[in-house]
Design a protein around this ligand. Structure first.
Ligand SMILES: Cc1cc2nc3c(=O)[nH]c(=O)nc-3n(C[C@H](O)[C@H](O)[C@H](O)COP(=O)(O)O)c2cc1C
Length: 207
């Protein structure tokens, strides 16, 4: 099931017609990165600004390090360079329109927290607040960054997770089946995890 951000006036039409036909394999050009989606659509809080962020991944579980990619043109980039810490909040599907707003408007022109009436809670281990009513959040401190011209206009930040919390309704050791966390497919298209799968008993080790 796909869900659209309803705030968008002109919704792109996607050509899903051929997806069922196994014999059509086409070259993917500008949209190559969408082959790596869906990815969780985070609400990324730095100082008193929120933007949507999908490009995040764990890097080392023991060392508690993750990586995010931030475009230098974003207001959040300036804030992150100054603050060196952030909260990565995980919204549920009911926050779709807020996520879209935060991902399409800049904090340079709009106070997104005020405009959306977002409720913030005091940070636990960092001074950056996180959003109330999210499925979970991670508090992180930047430990390194990579910015090279050949990478384009994005900066990769490596950050240490200093605290993480999740709502038990959605998460217990893993996301629970049916937890409708919001995932970005591409453009104004989002989804939620629909079905959990487990490998057969013969080839699985105890987890
Ligand atoms: C679902 C979604 C995911 C996004 N992911 C990223 C991302 O990973 N990195 C990034 O730099 N921008 C990302 N963006 C774009 C920023 O959220 C957008 O440019 C935002 O307006 C920046 O706000 P700011 O100027 O207040 O920082 C995403 C947008 C959407 C809608």
């Amino acid at each position: 099931m796909y869900i659209y951000a309803t705030v968008l006036k002109e919704i792109e039409t996607f050509d899903f017609i051929n997806l069922g036909r196994k014999d059509i394999v086409m070259e993917v050009k500008d949209e190559w990165y969408r082959l790596l989606h869906p990815k969780i659509a985070f609400l990324f809080v730095v100082d008193k600004n929120v933007m949507a962020l999908a490009w995040a991944m764990p890097v080392d579980d023991e060392a508690k390090v993750l990586a995010i990619s931030v475009w230098k043109g974003n207001y959040t980039y300036e804030l992150l360079e100054r603050e060196g810490e952030f909260a990565l909040c995980i919204p549920s599907a009911e926050m779709l329109n807020q996520v879209w707003f935060c991902g399409t408007k800049s904090g340079r022109k709009t106070d997104k927290i005020k405009a959306l009436n977002l409720e913030l809670e005091k940070g636990v281990k960092i001074k950056t607040p996180h959003l109330k009513n999210c499925a979970g959040f991670l508090e992180c401190r930047v430990i390194d960054s990579i910015s090279r011209r050949e990478f384009g206009e994005h900066v990769i930040y490596l950050a240490r997770v200093v605290h993480a919390r999740a709502n038990e309704k959605f998460f217990h050791k893993t996301w629970k089946e049916g937890a409708d966390i919001l995932m970005h497919v591409g453009s104004a298209l989002f989804t939620t995890p629909s079905k959990f799968l487990k490998p057969g008993k013969r080839c699985s080790r105890k987890v």
